[in-house]
Structures are given as structure tokens and as C-alpha cells.
Design a protein around this ligand. Structure first.
Ligand SMILES: Cc1cc2nc3c(=O)[nH]c(=O)nc-3n(C[C@H](O)[C@H](O)[C@H](O)COP(=O)(O)OP(=O)(O)OC[C@H]3O[C@@H](n4cnc5c(N)ncnc54)[C@H](O)[C@@H]3O)c2cc1C
Length: 457
């Protein structure tokens, strides 16, 4: 089937992923972006989260490598560093330090703005893809079908772009539900689960002698018993980013001295030890844009034809697990698969896409809201504690205990989370190991917060 024109609103990760995938299926793809896209990789206004730590887990890296062959190598040429999170890092979990040793859990240390720059370069050099600089303001529609977008260009002209498909990749602040309503379509219900999480981040130069051990990455996520945490993460330019996390309204501060002091309230003193010896090389950026939010297009009785939402415009998460970019890319690939299987019925594609993709989204969504709902201060609907959910929570809890003594279990948990694949935690070997742990009434290792374990070689 020949398809002529697709319009993608938003030139960030979900938009770039969608443009790349649609370039195989449409003669032309126009990406509409309101920000100026510079040749450098400085943070830009439309992506205020850019200065904060951005981990790209296994799934995201695999998708980037698949849809943009050579992406990882290009990022490495710019200085992106890959490291074994478990062997080269110190991670404080629910029961103390993770055991350390070789694993498949790879960290990808790179500034988000650089990653986006490399992806943009690769997508915008595709012959079918072009950019229109301007702000999408409305949808065009006819009957039950979206037929295009009205754009106010940066030089203040109104342009109507007719399209066979409009993709909303304009991020969590999308105005598209309002645009749909204005054209007479029903709008999706929303679910919001808010853990009231704040981030504060800055880049640091860290002298070698500031590290008290052989690790070059430290992480401790907030938990109800210690709502302050953070990640100290290597970057492409030889620097480190320190992102402070405060859960349950414990928002981290934006002032110099207080930034370091915040770390004294963490479960481990290590981040404070290193950061107080480091030289700040940037200001402090803050974000509270961390609520989990889903727009349930899949529940609409009549899903508009000719329009789909992807990326944060469809579902956004508390970013602590670094799921946003991977989910946006996954949505772009599922959209392309749905179009390929359309068999001449493109009008049915949006409904089929939402049905299939939102089932997949349940995995990152449940992980993110499960984490947030452990705090009594979190607002939003709490899923009923079914026997299956209780059993899954118990399994995860035992694996967290085992992770303190067994680096292979710790590595398997990290890798499954990074792959968004909980089935990897239900292998016969892991199920048997969990059963043995419970039968033998074993306890987690006792951790010294100032001294992570040495890696098993
Ligand atoms: C503090 C913080 C830390 C994070 N850490 C991670 C992490 O470690 N790993 C991870 O994967 N994710 C992380 N995320 C989430 C990640 O940043 C987002 O999931 C991701 O950027 C979403 O991509 P997107 O393309 O859907 O939307 P966005 O990145 O929000 O981009 C939307 C684009 O649309 C453009 N736009 C908006 N409206 C219009 C319009 N009307 N017309 C034209 N253009 C428009 C914007 O300018 C922008 O370019 C983090 C988020 C936050 C807040």
C-alpha cells in the first residue's frame, strides 16, 4: 500500500523514533518542532529535563541500535562511556548494598542532549524526513478522521499540513487532547500517580582521590525509610552528573551548600563523601515533573483514525527507572509493525496500536507506580492487592534480599529491569533459588553503608 505523508509533532526521542520508522512506510515524513535545533548539544527549552541524569537501559540501547545502526558507536565516538553497573558501581538497594561482580547490566554514561543530537543527526539525514520549524496549534479533521495539522511557523505563518497520519510526540505537556476535543472527538481518560518526587542535578569534575573505593558510579534510590537518594553517574565528557532525588515532598534544594548537605540524609554517606570533594562545573537544575501519567486512548469507544500518540504524550513515568526514552522508541516500533500488518485498513491502525502497545506499557507502568505507591504520601489509584500481585511482590522482595549476597542474582534483576522483561526473573533456576532461600530462612547480608562489597572477580 502506498502511503504519502505522515506528520510527527515533536523532534525529541519519541518523535525521532517515529519519524525513522515511518520513513520506511510513507513517501514523506514531516517533523514539526517548535524549538530551534542547534548543531551543538546544549539543553534546549522544549526538553527542560535534559541536564538531569539520563540512563538508557538495555531495551533502549537495543532499539536505538536496531533502528539507527551505528548509533551506539557514534555516541561512543563523542565520548559516551559504557560500564558494568554492578562490577564498576556501588548500588544500595532495599536491603543494603548489592553484591558486586561481572554482569550484563550495562550503564551508558552520556549527556542526554548529546544522545538526542546524535539521534537527530541520523534521522534527519534520511531522504524521506524533513523538519518544519513551528508550533503545531490544531488538528485538521474530516468526519471520524484526523487529516492533518495546522502549524504556526517560527516566522509566524499558518501552514496547514495534510497528512495520512499525525503522530503526537509532543511530550507529557501535549495539547493534543484539547485539539481532538475541539474537532468533536472524545478525549482519553487519564490516570495520574504522583509520588511528589524532585530532582536536582549538576555536573561535577571529580578528582581520582575523591573516590573511597574502586567504583565510579553510586546509586541509592529513595525508599519510605530514607526518602532522599541520588545517582552519581559518569558522562561522555569525563565529567559526572550528580542527580539528587527526593521522594514524598522531600524536594532537593537548588543552592550550592544545601545541594551537598542534602546528601547527608541518604542511606549511604558515599555520595556525600565524593561530591564534597568534587568541583562543580555547572549550575543546579531542578525538576518536579515526575508524576506517572497515562492517557487511555485504548479505552475510547471510537478511536480517531489518522492520529496516534506516542512517548510521553501517551504515558510518562517517574523517571527514576529511566524508562521514558525506551518506551517512546518501543511505541514507534510497535506503530510501524501495526501499520505493516494493516492490510489496507489504515483507519483501524490507531485502535490496534493502542490495544497492543498499552498492554506492553503495563510493565514499565507497574514498576514505576509500584515503586511510588510504597510511599503513603503518593496520590492516585492503588491497584487491588490480588494474590498474583502479592506473589509477584514477595518474589521481588526475596530477589532483593538475595541480591545482597549473590551478584548473579543482582545482575539478573538489573538486566531484567533494563530489558523491561519480568519473565527473565521467573526462570526455573531463579524460581528454585528463591524457594531455597525461603526454605532455608536466609537473611540479607548486613551492609556497612560506608563500605560497598568488593567485586567477585
Ligand atoms: C528529571 C527527569 C529525568 C529523566 N531521566 C530519564 C532517564 O534517565 N532515562 C529515560 O529514558 N528517560 C528519562 N526521563 C524521561 C525522558 O526525558 C522522557 O521520557 C523523554 O524525553 C520523552 O520523549 P518524548 O519525545 O516523548 O517527549 P519530549 O522529550 O518531552 O519532547 C517533546 C518535543 O515536542 C516538542 N513540542 C512540544 N509541543 C510542541 C508543539 N505544539 N509543536 C511543535 N513541537 C512541540 C518539544 O519542543 C520537544 O522537542 C527523565 C525525565 C525527567 C523529567
Amino acid at each position: 500500500m502506498s502511503r504519502d505523508h505522515a506528520v510527527v509533532v515533536g523532534c525529541s526521542f519519541a518523535g525521532l523514533g517515529a519519524a525513522r520508522m515511518l520513513s520506511e512506510l510513507y513517501t514523506h515524513v514531516t517533523v514539526v518542532e517548535r524549538d530551534e535545533l542547534t548543531q551543538t548539544w546544549s539543553p534546549r527549552r522544549g526538553v527542560p529535563q535534559s541536564p538531569h541524569v539520563h540512563g538508557i537501559p538495555q531495551l533502549g540501547r537495543t532499539l536505538l541500535a536496531e533502528i539507527l545502526p551505528g548509533f551506539v558507536d557514534r555516541a561512543k565516538e563523542h565520548g559516551a562511556v559504557m560500564f558494568d553497573q554492578l562490577h564498576d558501581g556501588a548500588s544500595w538497594g532495599l536491603y543494603g548494598w548489592s553484591a558486586r561482580g561481572r554482569s550484563r547490566a550495562v550503564g551508558f554514561g552520556v549527556r542526554r542532549a548529546l544522545l538526542e543530537h546524535v539521534a537527530r543527526e541520523m534521522v534527519l539525514e534520511l531522504p524521506a524526513v524533513s523538519v518544519l520549524h513551528g508550533r503545531a496549534e490544531h488538528l485538521l479533521a474530516s468526519g471520524d478522521t484526523v487529516t492533518g495539522v495546522r502549524v504556526r511557523t517560527t516566522d509566524d505563518h499558518l501552514v496547514d499540513l495534510a497528512a495520512d497520519l499525525v503522530v503526537d510526540a509532543s511530550g507529557k505537556g501535549t495539547a493534543a487532547p484539547g485539539w481532538l476535543e475541539r474537532e468533536g472527538f472524545a478525549i482519553p481518560q487519564e490516570t495520574t500517580v504522583n509520588g511528589f518526587v524532585g530532582y536536582a542535578s549538576r555536573w561535577l569534575e571529580i578528582p581520582e582521590d575523591a573516590w573511597p573505593g574502586d567504583y565510579r558510579f553510586i546509586s541509592q534510590l529513595p525508599r519510605p525509610q530514607w526518602p532522599r537518594g541520588g545517582i552519581l553517574y559518569p558522562q561522555d565528557n569525563g565529567l559526572y552528573v550528580m542527580s539528587l532525588f527526593g521522594h514524598a515532598h522531600h524536594y532537593p534544594p537548588g543552592e550550592d551548600g544545601e545541594f551537598v548537605d542534602f546528601l547527608t540524609g541518604c542511606a549511604t554517606p558515599l555520595m556525600h563523601h565524593v561530591v564534597s570533594r568534587a568541583k562543580p562545573v555547572s549550575g543546579i537544575s531542578r525538576s518536579r515533573s515526575t508524576a506517572n501519567r497515562r492517557r487511555h486512548y485504548e479505552r475510547l469507544d471510537a478511536v480517531p483514525a489518522g492520529f496516534v500518540a506516542v512517548g510521553d504524550a501517551l504515558a510518562s513515568f517517574n523517571p527514576i527507572f529511566g524508562q521514558g526514552i525506551s518506551s517512546g522508541l518501543k511505541g514507534a516500533t510497535v506503530l510501524a509493525e501495526t501499520l505493516r500488518a494493516a492490510d489496507g485498513d489504515d483507519a483501524a491502525v490507531p485502535a490496534r496500536f493502542y490495544r497492543d502497545f498499552t498492554a506492553w506499557l503495563d510493565t514499565p507502568w507497574n514498576q514505576a507506580i509500584g515503586f511510588d505507591l510504597a510511599f503513603s504520601t503518593t496520590t492516585g489509584p492503588r491497584p487491588d492487592p490480588t494474590p498474583e500481585r502479592r506473589a509477584a511482590a514477595r518474589h521481588a522482595d526475596v530477589l532483593a534480599q538475595m541480591s545482597t549476597v549473590d551478584h548473579e542474582v543482582a545482575g539478573a534483576v538489573l538486566f531484567a529491569n533494563q530489558s523491561f522483561d519480568p519473565s527473565l526473573l521467573r526462570t526455573p533456576e531463579l524460581l528454585a533459588a528463591v524457594e531455597r532461600w525461603v526454605a532455608e530462612e536466609r537473611s540479607p547480608a548486613v551492609s556497612d553503608p560506608a563500605r560497598p562489597p568488593v567485586p567477585v572477580s
